[in-house]
Design a protein around this ligand. Structure first.
Ligand code: SF4
Length: 178
């Protein structure tokens, strides 16, 4: 028989989560989704669109994500914007590993998500070859509105406890480089 989760009020064998546990999850999710700390891994043109998002016109601070950090140790959201080569792939992976959990990844544009039109020997065909991605943003480059839509999608995922549990299992799967 499965053991009850540590700290949960487990009165009913058919109830695998207590009201207290789910309420705390919801509160923690609400706090996390409204205080994202982005780290930009920008390598090409898509990164310019992220700068537009951070400006006053599109104003990323409306979504609680304006504290852009330049250290992975201070960040929980990696924004990969631009082409990633095979030479860069281990560096991208190393920087992602330096971020504390919980951490999330946005894959910005065609190049980061699929390699884009750089169908060649040196370009990684998508960053999900080396790190897990939470939200993909289509476009070449994506407009700032698409960034905003991706942040809203990510916020929904962060608030969703079942997504966070599945994601924790996925993150611990072995990911190959190269
Ligand atoms: S998707 Fe387009 S805009 Fe973005 S980095 Fe690639 S070529 Fe540049």
């Amino acid at each position: 028989m499965a053991q009850p989760p540590v700290g949960a009020l487990h009165q009913d064998a058919g109830l695998n989560q207590s009201i207290l546990t789910t309420s705390v999850d919801a509160l923690v999710g609400w706090g996390r989704k409204n205080s994202l700390w982005p780290f930009t891994y920008g390598t090409a043109c898509c990164a310019i669109e992220f700068m537009a998002l951070a400006g006053s016109k599109f104003d990323i601070s409306r979504f609680g994500a304006e504290f852009i950090r330049f250290s992975p140790r201070h960040s929980d959201l990696m924004v990969v914007a631009g082409t990633i080569t095979y030479k860069q792939a281990p560096i991208l992976r190393r920087i992602w590993e330096q971020m504390a959990e919980p951490r999330w990844v946005l894959s910005v544009g065609a190049c980061a998500s699929t390699g884009g039109f750089y169908d060649c020997y040196c370009t990684l065909p998508g960053i999900d070859e080396v790190i897990p991605v939470d939200v993909y943003i289509a476009g070449c480059p994506p407009r700032p509105e698409a960034f905003i839509d991706a942040i809203l999608q990510l916020q929904d995922k962060i608030q969703d406890a079942s997504y966070m549990r599945d994601r924790a299992n996925r993150t611990h799967e072995r990911i190959h480089i190269g």
